[in-house]
Ligand binder design. Sequence first.
Ligand code: PEP
Ligand code: MG
Length: 581
Amino acid sequence: MREQRISGIGVSEGVRIGSALRYSPVPAAGMEPERESIGPDEVTAETARLRQAKEACASELQAMVERTKRTLGEDKAGIIAGQLRFLDDPKFYPAMERKIAELHVAADKAVREVTEFYAARLESMANEYMRERAADIRDIGGRLLSSLRGGTSVRLSDLREPVILVADDLAPSDTVQLDPRVVLAFVTRVGGKTSHTAILARSLGIPAVVGAGDALDAVRDGETLVVDGGAGLCVRNPEAAYLRQAAELQEQERELRDELEAFRFRPAVTADGQRVELAANIGTVPEAEAAAHADADGIGLYRTEFLFMGASRLPDEEEQYAAYRQAAEAMTGRPVIIRTLDIGGDKELPALELPKETNPFLGYRAIRIGLDRPELLRTQLRAILRASAHGSVKIMFPMISSMDEWRKAKGAAHEAMEELRREGVDFDRNVELGIMVEVPSTAVMADSFAREVDFFSIGTNDLVQYTLAVDRMNEKVAELYDYFHPAVLELIRRVIEAARRHGKWAGMCGGMAGDPLAAPLLLGLGLDEWSMETGALPKVKRALAQLNAETCRERAQHWLQLATADEVRRELERFRAQLPG
Ligand code: PEP
Ligand code: MG
């Protein structure tokens, strides 16, 4: 077969050569339309279907036991062998067959109900070890469902050999599980530039191409692929010359990484000595630890939704408090901006049955859900406030589009503070409350907001899609999605200047802050805090080290006058080309 180049949208840079593995996620329980019941004449066939699924699941786990013995040793393999034993439990699996035979329940539903019943029972036990087994039994249930529904049985957390994942799409909850040591790169059929999956790929340092289209369907397990995340390319059957070139690029990247490594522990300072505050975006506690290790000046955005998305039920106040506190402690006194739940849009929450919407990004999302379900917001605010006693925590509300929303959100925070005060619970009485600027209405009204909020953080990922009417997830319009569009730049300018006029500060946590090409412009506009994926910190530090803040201030006035995004980009490239070093 000849070399075939499949183009998509490059969302995370890097070149990797590896062996393809097709992956289709297990559908989340309850998400699939499924048959509830069967006719009496279908009992035999349905039971056979379930038995087949059980056998597939058992042999899959057995293979995993063997593999784990070789890679991680006997004791780790014992964990999986323990899971395998659940399948032979005299009560667990037989209960499913009984449901089919006696109640004429469809196999999928039987698996779901029996799994949930046993998981809930385990969860209610006093013994911690038994409680933790609930997750194992849910895993078994998930595997059975996966086999029944014809999904591949590959589970991301089971991968041991290096692969390039090929999928229709990856949910953010799939992507968080990827281990960069084994997932060399991934390619998906659909997806857009700033989907949360793309953001996670960058923060994990996994090269990725999304929106590669139907051409991907022909890729088979085990074939050699080259993925170039910068160029947005996935190459099948690479010819020898291209393979050599890719291997060289891989090597150059390694060298660049080493070069950037030199910037890792240096503070972010411009050539004329202006110190810039560079923070990290995180979604999990380990990422906070990684950010602290990378010497970030703080956390500019803690996307708390990942704590909720991985769970089948909503995390309670204690669980949330534990996570926020750990993040605050990991940063040892440096600021940690915790954003309240930003669910909806491309982020689904299995534990909350959210309605299907025609335009989810314009619908029931982020702070709108928080204000509509006050208990949800209150629990989270209490947890964040309690964590504020252990570090420098700030609270940020997502997708604020009107003054009313902000005032209600602020009211909810003040009520939570009052409650804690009455209960005698410790928290930071001066905790700052800020908003994300992601909706054009808020940027236009930045002056009014600046009188009341403690800070702004500009979320360009959404601000671009809402300003330009370009869906951030839609590969068909990805070309139109551009933060250098003059309208977006004008909104950014308004926000930064409004903050300055009112003695407040303005940060940015959207993807633009992590783009070294944007650095002269953002420096020139006077952005106070820049927050990006941890991996981008050295690149931006290096860019800042070449810049003169005073020159950038002058040039920014000119860049803001340009008429198209391409002109801005070209001017910035020209400016960068004539910098020393
Ligand atoms: C943004 O919109 O720029 C942002 C940082 O939020 P998210 O990407 O989580 O929507
Ligand atoms: Mg956003």
